[in-house]
Design a protein around this ligand. Structure first.
Ligand code: ZN
Length: 588
């Protein structure tokens, strides 16, 4: 179909062309994509934009579904793996489908913006994007099915595959397509109705002795028939894929859901293999929900333990992300821990800790902020907040999704437990993900941040390439290369120190008959600094205070060759994270 578009774009004005293009592949915002629809949509994008998108499966999930990665770059300006690259993913956690939608929204923005938006066009010409909308297709499919099942991550039974014999197993017991909550009246129950909104359950105060109290469970199946002894069970699918990466990995006993060993699961192994074989990735953005925050490392160390340049880069990136999205940019270690004494082990931050790839985790959607609440500590707030805050959240969703976000309690005759009540939060489109009418607005700010993150990459450029005849058949060849990027050519110094990324390699390619007299055919040249880490104030320029003050980030290479007139010699330089430059010079 490529020729048809070229023909159209040639004949029609850009505005008209866009209008036609908009009627082609476009994503919807009134529901989330089930696996088959997601697969079809990605293939449609790849078919419609063959020059910008290639689609590949990087592995199969536990249940045999393909894990798709779309590579976006302009194929005419060079191969993806010869350009600095950004990884964007979503949905390692099964219910966090907004993150999946954000990837699709980003793909849509890139293809729509190509040749219409200067920065997007430049980014697609000079960088590559690896976009993995759904790392965990099995868990997401279960969450989105007509009989939804919400597990943390994958569908592999873990740590055991016995059927649960005690405890309540989450299930859409009344078959209405929702998994709500189940409440059972009990004088010893820890929950009670809110005084101003009786449907809303709030924690019973320590000194409450009079009133109606409830036990609260997920809507579900029970092997147990005696209400008095009922308890919540842990889902049989107990893995958390975001604890299965190698950095700070801890086994099940210390880190719930970690799996038996790092990369034991097919989904994390596929992602790990991709990072180890795509050495041009310098930054990775992992999509989750919810909280409305941008999270950066350190994940298990304070800021003082990060390389100084990395901290400066993270602060610049975070500032821009916060300006665009309104989400605070915070450190995981300092501001996002479930418990002050525990840090998360075995998470995706592996790519920063081991590979020196800059990492951001986006927790899309902030229901508390949407409801007008001012929350200081996000993870703490969701565990414990005032009755007043609970009421505001409830009232907000009553306004946005009347009767649907929070479902008033109704009687149900449970097959095992007899009369119970079902109701409470329908968390799929309230807490875990935004209601559909707010979805597009929530995702809108992010493509611009992703483009910003792509453009701060290291970037090799050719400053000068020239040839000088020395007399006879001898020639002097000179090449000066530079790092035009903000980040150093290694990305993070962690990558350089861990020997994860190679030095800049400079080469001379001589045809048969030509002879190298001086210089090496192939040489490693170390790394080049970027602009990050330079003295940020002009007051100190020229004082000797900053050792890098006035230093140029360039390398000069020279060769002498003997060659016949008319011979073409090719000089090149490449660095895995910084791209490739090349110059062909003729001996005249
Ligand atoms: Zn998550």
């Amino acid at each position: 179909m490529g020729w048809a578009y070229n023909l159209l774009s040639y004949k029609l004005s850009p505005i008209l062309f866009n209008r036609i293009r908009k009627t082609m592949t476009s994503i919807k915002y009134d529901s989330f994509y089930r696996y088959d629809d997601l697969t079809e949509l990605l293939h449609d994008f790849a078919t419609e934009y063959p020059n910008l998108i290639t689609l590949e499966s990087i592995g199969k999930s536990y249940q045999g579904r393909d894990i798709w990665v779309a590579t976006l770059t302009n194929a005419d300006t060079g191969k993806a793996d010869e350009k600095p690259a950004v990884w964007v993913d979503g949905n390692i956690h099964s219910v966090e489908v907004t993150a999946s939608h954000s990837c699709l929204h980003f793909i849509q923005t890139l293809v729509n913006g190509y040749e219409n938006d200067e920065r997007i066009t430049h980014a697609l010409n000079t960088r590559a994007f690896y976009i993995c909308p759904r790392i965990n297709p099995d868990g997401a499919e279960a969450a989105l099915s007509d009989n939804p099942k919400r597990v943390r991550s994958s569908m592999r039974p873990y740590p055991h595959d016995d059927e649960p014999i005690s405890g309540l197993e989450q299930d859409d017991i009344d078959g209405d397509g929702r998994v709500l909550y189940m409440r059972i009246k009990d004088p010893s129950g820890p929950w009670k109705p809110h005084p101003d909104a009786p449907a809303l359950l709030v924690p019973r105060a320590p000194d409450d002795y009079k009133g109606t109290f409830y036990h609260l469970y997920k809507e579900g199946q029970s092997f147990e028939t005696d209400n008095a002894m009922l308890k919540s069970g842990r889902p049989k699918e107990g893995l958390d894929l975001n604890r299965n990466f190698p950095a700070n990995f801890e086994p099940e006993g210390a880190q719930m859901g970690a799996g038996p060993a790092p990369f034991s699961e097919p989904e994390t192994r596929a992602v790990g293999d991709f990072f180890l074989t795509h050495k041009n990735i310098f930054i990775a953005i992992a999509g989750h929900t919810f909280s409305g925050v941008l999270l950066r490392p350190g994940s298990s160390v304070p800021d003082e333990d990060l390389p100084v340049q990395d901290l400066q880069a993270y602060k610049a990136m975070g500032k821009r992300g916060q300006e665009l999205s309104g989400y605070p940019a915070i450190s995981v270690y300092r501001d996002f821990r479930y418990h002050p004494k525990e840090d998360i082990r075995g998470s995706f931050n592996w790519v920063y800790d081991h590979l020196g790839i800059f990492t951001w985790v986006i927790e899309y959607w902030a229901p508390h902020r949407a409801a007008g609440l001012n929350v200081e500590n996000y993870s703490e707030w969701f565990f414990e907040h005032s009755q007043d805050d609970a009421l505001k959240l409830y009232e907000y969703f009553e306004k946005e999704l009347p009767g649907k976000g929070y479902v008033d309690w109704y009687e149900f005759d449970h097959p095992k437990l007899g009369k119970v009540e079902l109701g409470g939060w329908d968390i799929g489109n309230t807490i875990h993900n935004p209601p559909f009418h707010l979805l597009e607005k929530e995702l809108a700010p992010f493509p611009e941040w992703f483009i910003y993150l792509a453009l701060i990459s290291p970037k090799l450029e050719l400053h000068k390439a020239e040839i000088e005849a020395l007399g006879g058949d001898s020639y002097l060849l000179t090449m000066i290369i530079e790092n035009a990027g903000y980040l150093p050519t290694c990305g993070s110094p962690i990558a350089r120190d861990h020997k994860i990324t190679r030095d800049i390699v400079v080469e001379i390619d001589l045809p048969d008959g030509a002879k190298l007299i001086q210089g090496l055919p192939w040489e490693e040249k170390g790394h080049l600094e970027g602009r990050v880490g330079m003295m940020p104030s002009p007051i100190f320029v020229g004082t000797g205070f900053d050792p890098r003050d006035g230093a140029v980030s360039r390398i000069k290479c020279q060769w002498i060759v003997q060659a016949a007139k008319g011979t073409t010699v090719t000089l090149s330089a490449h660095q895995e994270r910084s791209g490739r430059v090349e110059a062909s010079l003729a001996c005249e």
